[in-house]
Write a protein that binds this ligand. Structure first.
Ligand code: FES
Length: 225
């Protein structure tokens, strides 16, 4: 893990880069704390009989995997316990550790509250992540959603299961991750080219770091670049 002390560039909320233009990676003290002292981490798989919701997700970007186990209060549907295990990188460890605190603090979030957490919320609490590490925080967000669906499946609340075929990246232009994927597959390999096709972020510049990460993600996935 990089230990650079550069000051994050102002105005890059949710996406910390260094003063040298991103030539080195900057990890905040909070990220390092959660990486070296991960909260609610399991060294081994949990005993499934002890938990009533399980989630699992793999990252197409890097091949890493994350499993989560939750204890959900049957009456209040608050998350009382959130345990996890990953074969992911330091950013995935820090992101999931932070997410595990967010969903269990103050008596625990309800499942519907937890479902509203976005990768950006986790990154904000971490003080940011390097741009190329955005997909690592997406990993824990997806595993959490998978576990929430699992709870609803087990309790017969099938109407509450949300299958996320695509995710809205920019609510203003209504552009989803699949739209960006299609644009990249269609040869748009830069932010400008993707914007020309989709208009993503033109009225909502706060989403641009996430868009750039998705472009990199799909470029690597399909073109290995
Ligand atoms: S590089 Fe795989 S989860 Fe971060």
């Amino acid at each position: 893990m990089s230990d650079h002390k550069q000051t994050p560039v102002a105005g890059t909320q949710g996406d910390v880069t260094t003063k040298d233009g991103g030539k080195s990676w900057f990890y905040t003290d909070t990220v390092k704390d959660h990486f070296f002292h991960p909260r609610n981490f399991m060294m081994e798989d949990a005993d499934p009989a002890q938990y009533n919701a399980v989630g699992k997700v793999g990252s197409p970007a890097c091949g890493d995997e994350l499993r989560v186990w939750m204890k959900v209060d049957l009456k209040t549907e608050r998350i009382r316990e959130f345990r996890w295990k990953t074969f992911g990188c330091g950013s995935a460890i820090a992101s999931t550790s932070m997410a595990s605190e967010m969903v269990t603090e103050n008596g625990g979030m309800t499942l519907e509250e937890a479902r509203k957490i976005r990768p950006q919320d986790i990154m904000d609490r971490l003080g940011g992540l390097p741009a190329r590490k955005f997909h690592c925080s997406v990993l824990c967000d997806k595993a959490l959603r998978d576990a929430i669906n699992d709870f609803y499946r087990r309790t017969g609340q099938v109407d509450k299961i949300v299958v996320e075929a695509s995710r809205v990246i920019d609510p203003v232009s209504k552009v989803t991750d699949h739209d960006i994927e299609e644009a990249v597959l269609d040869g748009a390999l830069t932010l400008e080219a993707v914007q020309a096709k989709t208009k993503v972020g033109t009225g909502n510049p706060g989403v641009l770091p996430a868009v750039e990460e998705l472009i990199r993600f799909y470029k690597e996935k399909y073109f290995g670049a």
